[in-house]
Design a protein around this ligand. Sequence first.
Ligand code: ATP
Ligand code: MG
Length: 305
Amino acid sequence: MYAIEAVDLVKRFVGYERIGFIKKRKTVVEALKGLSLRVNWHEVYGLLGPNGAGKTTTVKILSTLLIPDSGYALVDGHDVVKEASAVRRAIGLVLYPDKGFYSRLSGFENLVYFGRLYGLSKRDAEARARELLGLMGLEDSMNRPYEEYSLGMRARLAIARALIHDPPVVFLDEPTIGLDPISAREVRRLIRDLRGEGKAVLLTSHNLWEVEEVCDRVGIISHGRVIIEGSPRDIKERLGFKYVVELEVERDGKVEVVREESRDPVTTLRRLMDQFTGDGYRISRVRINEPSLEEAFVRVVSNER
Ligand SMILES: Nc1ncnc2c1ncn2[C@@H]1O[C@H](COP(=O)(O)OP(=O)(O)OP(=O)(O)O)[C@@H](O)[C@H]1O
Ligand SMILES: [Mg+2]
């Protein structure tokens, strides 16, 4: 059983556009046009895509906040439409921008409140809230009212809230947006820990470097469909991206830089080193530049436009 399985999801938004003072025209936005994806247990899956591609819509459908027009999705084995309450118990959700905290209550009180909503006893909720506040580096501000929290503190509290009932499946819509580099790194570590506990995590992000670092698999979504999927490495390989092997060599006081593209950088590096040392060069520096997921992303998405 997959942790998350979405099959052919379609979602249209109907709106009205002003075309003059009184006249309105009906508009239909097809946010999802047959989106499918599967996430395994023990896996972090990253949904990438340009603005408006349908990432948040996907997360909202999978977390029962929106109902798809067609297609279906199972989370922890439960249908997101027909068994919405079972799905809600099985998931933790962070949406961006976050809403729903009580501004006068402290971070701690907010977490306890949400823990109680999930059916935890007062004692368990308090213990869990304390633990999560510590994990998110908020212990010093746990008794300050939420309205005094900075953007980054709010983001961290939102993650803590998503984990209060220890859900097996976690959805994170742009979890590190607005976080400083140290907090962002903490969050990435936390995400890896969640995977280590066997959970499934689906996150969206615009930070490709981060996705590459934290995700086992990535789906690139464009115009409401996943157009390519795989591990970051697979995706880059499938697109035919090559490593660049770079060597700085020196002979008779003259420095040269040698570059060669390769799919097998280690072999290439060895060959170049043998060749140049054989020719009496001294090698002063070597570097292998890995193609980035960013290049892959830009290429796939601009082909789609
Ligand atoms: N409630 C809504 N009413 C009308 N249109 C909507 C609504 N929510 C989303 N859309 C439209 O659906 C499309 C997908 O939006 P969505 O928020 O899923 O994109 P996204 O991939 O999360 O983008 P971003 O990277 O900017 O967060 C967009 O064209 C958006 O304008
Ligand atoms: Mg979004």
